[in-house]
Design a protein around this ligand. Sequence first.
Ligand code: ATP
Ligand code: ATP
Ligand code: MG
Ligand code: MG
Ligand code: MG
Ligand code: MG
Ligand code: MG
Length: 257
Amino acid sequence: MAKSKYTYVRDFEREEQLLPSTWLVVRIDGQGFTGFTSKHKFTKPNDIRALHLMNRAAKVVMENMVEIVLAYGESDEYSFVFSKKAKAYDRRASKLITLLVSKFTAAYVFYWSEFFPDTPLQFPPAFDGRVVAYPSDRIMRDYLCWRQADCHINNMYNTCFWLLVNQGGMSQRDAEKRLNGTLSRDKHELLFSEFGVNYNNEQEIFKKGSVLVREQVPIDVVDKDGNNIQRQKTVVQIRHCDIIGDAFWREHPEILS
Ligand code: ATP
Ligand code: ATP
Ligand code: MG
Ligand code: MG
Ligand code: MG
Ligand code: MG
Ligand code: MG
């Protein structure tokens, strides 16, 4: 760009560059989704259409930013983990957060009608975002454990809460009081004895959230001589698996490499 006498104002700009060789995690979260979900009549506790829409939007982000090695989503939030070696946008915090949040939000709106064909969007949703640099593999993994444990705890609570309200005929206040101070085993017991629900049989996507990873899959292609051959292609896959234990990390050694 040509210089003008005004160019000096650029000297006031400051950029936060995130530490090199650290895991970068951007977490986004729906703004005021308690209201957004009631306005759009989400089924409680888990509207499966909305979870699939979140996953679709996250897939767009992951396909757009190749240095994201894993993403984890639950409720109205998603965490995107960039490789320690990531170089995107010189690891500038504001670029990473804003581009990721705007791409995610745009994709959420873009695909809305595919997942909610009978529910027009009432107003434009928004997501906030933050980025944190984690210095070791262990801490990055503990971050993901924290989010998956949060998913589990909230889902168990919400499953009880909405059964008490919708099937037990309780007011929301009474349901809250009833659950106050209960432990995990009390909730298991409540679900089973009062509603005949075995929590272990609930859908994995509700209990575990969603994990997006890149995996190699064989695809059929036709080579230049017209023969059918198989090639490996990297695609973003959605899993609803445990990421707290070691098994997942053993199955995906490339993530930590
Ligand atoms: P970056 O991602 O680095 O911002 P960019 O291609 O967006 O890359 P900009 O310097 O932001 O680069 O330039 C914006 C481009 O979009 C220019 O080429 C500009 O001419 C074009 N553009 C923006 N608005 C309009 C418009 N209303 N009509 C025609 N062209 C436009
Ligand atoms: P904030 O702007 O502070 O994030 P919030 O209202 O979005 O406010 P959260 O803690 O993010 O607060 O809670 C998200 C809300 O959205 C919860 O009430 C949760 O139950 C609801 N929600 C998110 N996803 C779904 C879904 N798939 N089905 C039903 N409800 C959902
Ligand atoms: Mg511009
Ligand atoms: Mg929030
Ligand atoms: Mg929220
Ligand atoms: Mg949230
Ligand atoms: Mg531009």
